[in-house]
Unconditional design. Structure first.
Length: 81
């Protein structure tokens, strides 16, 4: 491959091919995740709650506590608590 207008064609093609492979892997992983959610649902778990728990587990403990306190305050403010 040639350099055209200062663009290294071979290097660019390598980046594109790497991204394409990663996109394929990402699609496979997304499908696997969907399968696990389906399996959890089949065992009687509420997948909306499972998703929320996963989101909470990704958070730092301080951030999670702050969010939970804010939610509780908002619930009280609108008469839910």
């Amino acid at each position: 491959m040639a350099n055209v207008d200062g663009i290294a064609g071979e290097q660019l093609l390598n980046y594109i091919q790497r991204i394409e492979r990663l996109e394929e892997e990402k699609a496979t992983i997304a499908s696997d995740i969907t399968d696990v959610y389906r399996e959890a649902k089949g065992m009687g778990f509420d997948t909306k709650i499972v998703r929320q728990l996963i989101k909470l587990r990704k958070m730092e403990p301080d951030d999670r506590q702050e969010q939970e306190a804010l939610i509780e305050s908002y619930k009280i403010a609108i008469g839910m608590g």
